[in-house]
Unconditional design. Sequence first.
Lengths: 428, 950
Amino acid sequence: MKSIVTHLLFFSIPLIIIGETATLYRAEKIQATPSQFFKPGEILIENGIIKAIGNSVKCPDGCKFVEWKNSEIYPGLISPGSSLGLAEINALRPTRDLSEVGTHTPGIEAWVAVNPDSELIPVARANGITHSLTVPMGGTISGTSGLIKLHGWGTEDITIKKNVALHLWWPGHGLSIPSPSHGNKSKSIKDQDKERKKRISEIDEFFDQAIAYQTQKKSGDKTFLQIPSWEAMIPVIERKTPLMIHANESRQIKAAVQWAEKRNFKFTLSGARDAWKHADWLAEKKIPVIFRHIFSAPLHQSSPHDDYYKAPGILAKAGVPLSIGLPLGGWATANQRNLPYHAAHGVPYGLSREKALASITIEPAKACGIDHRLGTLEKGKEATFIRTSGDILDIRISVLGMVMQGNEVNLESRHTRLNSRYLNRPKP
Amino acid sequence: MINVQNFFYLSLFLLVLVNLNGDDFSFPGEKPKVLDIHALVGGDIQINPEKRIKQGTILIRDGIIERVGKDFEIPPAYRIWKMEGKTIYPGLIDAYLLSGSSESGLLELDHDQHVYATTDLSFHGVPSTRSDPGEKGPGFEVAGVHPQYKLVTTFQPDEKKWEDLRENGFTMVHIAPSDGIFRGTGPSVLLLNKNPNDCIVKKEVAQILAFDPVGKEETPAVYPSSLMGVFSVIRQSFLEVEYAQQLLSYEAKNSTSLPFTSHSGILALASVMKKQNSMPIWIESGSCLMTNRAIKLSKEFNLSPVLIATGDEWRRPDLACSESLSYISPLIFPALANLKEEDDWEQISLDQLRAWDHAPSNPALLAKKTKSLSLTTTGTNFNEFHKNLLKAIERGLSKENALAALTTNPAKLLGAEKYAGTLESGKLANLFIVNGGNYFSKDVSIHSTWIKGRPFIHPVQKSQKNEKDEANASRIKSDQLVARFPSEDRKPINMPSSILFTNATIWTCSMDGKMKNGELFIENGKIRALGKTIKDLDRSKIKVIDLQGKHITPGIIDCHSHAMILGRVNESTLPSTAMVRIEDVINSESVNIERQLAGGVTTCNLLHGSANPIGGQNAVIKLRLGSAPDKLLIKNAPKGIKFALGENVKQANWGDKYTSRFPQSRMGVKMFFQNRFGAALAYEKKLKRGKKEGFPVKTNLELGAILEIIKGQRLIHCHSYRQDEILVFLRTMEGFGVRVGSLQHVLEGYKVADEISRHGAGASTFSDWWAYKFEVYDAIPYAGAIMHERGCVVSFNSDSPDHARRLNLEAAKAIKYGGLSEMEALMFITLNPAKQLGIDSWVGSLKVSKDADLAIWSGPPLDYRTKCEQTWVDGILLHETEASTERDKRRKNERLSLLKKAKQSLEKVKEHEPTKEAQIKFFRHSLETASDLHPHSCRSGQHNNQCVHQ
């Protein structure tokens, strides 16, 4: 919490020095929260913070007035997980920084390797994505993710929260299918079961060891040696850094939930392919879910073609706090701009528009522990929002503008630059 | 001409008799010869599958059955064998026992993801690092093509194996070679020990052909490494034989003999292709649909093959079974895995359960729907073979058919029906004797097996019979087939001869624009009328559907798909594979058909991958759910071919090993095209000269396809990215007078849009995909709109089974990026791809006399809130929301019933450990299924290393 306050101060100070006055934006519609909108709407901001919002807001003396005609205003969209900044051109190894070697590397921090000038960042921003949770990959415990804003100057500036969560990738529980080549030995079902249990007990053991380290450290034992990896585990054990557990299959999900309950950890479930099958159970336990599979191929050939289209609707209806994201990894990085359409696709299949909006704004903000600043447009929250020509979930509309912490942000990108260059190519 | 085969048998028999007489007198120290005059008395005799004599007698002399019957007096010289309580059966024959480098050997095609290409380039005249990728010595210059191989030349009896076979009643086997594509021949042999000369019945039974992409086993892979490559190899091999024969007769007439014209491979294949007295050909296809392909291929080359079944014929009995052909089937039934947890079962698919449940019924299916069924023990052990045989009988295979499948039918296939297969006088005394009355009983024990009159008495086996077995036997009897046939879920939902849609918003994708409250009338699969109100219709006599304001668009056309291709989408080995054809490997069973129909797609351009500058021939299909692969093809669609430029063809992202195949740079790519087009022109010149001067010219499938391009008979669909390569490619093709059909991906096409437009090539691109490799760093989502504005015919394609499910939403991006109108955007996925594929006379817009390919949407087609509710192909309803839901329910229930059955049968039966083959078979996906599980697409982001092969 302390770090956030410092950050706020850090951003506020220069604004105050410049003597920024209040600005009032008026639009045809302001979607303040997923369930509340003002039509027409006005939003008053000062020093990067929302001072007032409503159908009509009083503009104080000296207030700048901005009319956004034929426009709607939405909170900035938050990607609940990507490799933005860590991956540029995924086929090229020199441009990949998204995963690290090792099975248990809690000391890895994603924010340190984010390239603030990645060409992929302005492209995502241009469609209204203001923030991304940048996630480290590789191994069982891959490290901690950082929340970045998609505009700013340098790594420290754009990183608005360093250790958002420790990422635990739950061991796979799939049956290994024997190779079709003759003589290739597959493991017996029994052995596979054993291996599965062993891997889970390894996770337990790792956390037990971390606790042992913490105990030794506290005791002031003279043989104590400071070990960075265990140091990184202490905020997790002290419940200061939350857990994000990546699990897709039913059994992984169940095992992860049981494990976390046993150890009394709160966590966010990421991936969550089969979570819809346990929607009520997850809702009851109030486990937030980040669903990343709306466009995955159905599990079996006999599965309905729209199983995963329906999944977000089922989860949301059951009351599961639901975020929607793209699959993690290098290949999805360049496509983060399509985040709203991953959420939108649930709508004709039972997801309400309200929950679809929540899944890419306030819910990911909550999952990142930053909902007091981001995710909705309410008095006292950050003035980070976007201007669109219509429903943000509709592919046909355009994102026309963006305000981040009170400042209007340029939405140019490699794509708009190339577009205007070649749009204006003289006919040969 | 003397019948060679008969002559051969005659000599064999003479040899047998001479040998017997000559060896009668043993040397001192040897065991004296046993007498070979036997009388088997008092046993039941199963003369042939239909006829049985109670308590009869068989007389055997010198290895031959002398007399069979009842109530005749036994001459005094005979050694009497009392056979009361026993039954004598004709000796069993295994028609297809494999022998070769792999143990079980039956071909199981799979569809794993990709293979990296080779540096071996010698096929079809491309410069190479290795001169002959074929076998050592003279022969075909392709891996796996060695029809001249004769297994008999190295034949040795395998004493241990043969003892096993004999103990299970077998007396004769056909040993077939198991390596390669054209594998050569194997002998049929009697299961006698010691001297190979005593065993051989026939030196060569048949030429064995298997659809095995053998090149993929090499590192780096060599041609052919894909299933479609295999078919090109087969075709080219046959064509070479034809050419050699033409050349021989030409030389005979013109006395211009060259010293060497035909190698032994040519001669061996020539004997297969001869009309009379030909060497039979047996085909092991490796999958259900490939069996259908084997039947088609046989028609193409006028062959009448014996087919090795896979056990998967239940998937498409209508395609895999032929009443005019004989089949040989293994009896490997998948063994249920003993899964402990519910979540384990969750991972078992309906398809796996169906395969498990259908397996025992498959032999009966084959017996019913084919000319004849023979069985082979290959891939099983004998215990399991017999057990499975009984299961097959319980599932409807008659005992007569079962016995025929092990005696008379294989005898015929082996050309040995005169000598084996039944217990009739004059035949070889090949037989086996069971204790009790029935070979087809669970506790059968075999007393002895006799081969050529020589008895092998088996040690008395303890009867395995106990109460548990009894219980099992009764349980199995009640075992009914629960699984359904896949075709049951793929029937048309509705196929009215005519139908009138009213009150619809009609997006015509033509000059007519969008019509509100419009009407559309279809009849016999065609659009007959459309408009505000259609006149001259007797509305009382036709079916009318009020769409209540819903939207109708033309069926969506996907100009770039790999979603229904079997056995690899790249023949990635050679830089030019113009001879391979996607139409050989269309997966009509792919679940992607129904999934994409659910997204409004009706037509797909199935393309070869982009691993080489000149890829294979594409196939333009309609998603006619449930139809045979050949019936999916759009008949009138112009022929086409896949080309590729850039990083993939120069192997830029394949790793450091791949640096020697030409081309390795964009400079070389251009030169490569010039080379192959030049070669094609030279080939044409030679063809013309040959025709004029009357000398034969070898048909070259690669150059023939390229020549079609030059003649304007084949459209190029060229994978391309960077502006420079696009421009240079267009210019190179213009140099040969060729107009390019479509540039695929064409991500920097917006930089040279005017040039593309002027050339007249279509531009089929992604809506917004970029930055996955270096050459797409400059890809922008505005590209479609820019190219469109500059006069190009632009489409958005899927290149992924997933994106194909929502191409309407991809099209919407042309509005977002570039501000096109909704109709213009919709045309990116309807009329424009139709134009690019040259099929716009029939599909792509809603216009009178075009095909009735429609998608009906709940709302505006480019709106995210809209669902596709109905999809019609040729006036037949193939997707409808409620019907699809019903189908899903049926499948769910079927899966649950099968799961229940599976769990029950695991509880009840404590069977012996199933063979490894059977255990693996439960988890192994058929080719048709595997190709859906490993789709060729990177856009899902799941197949990192392979993604560079678009």
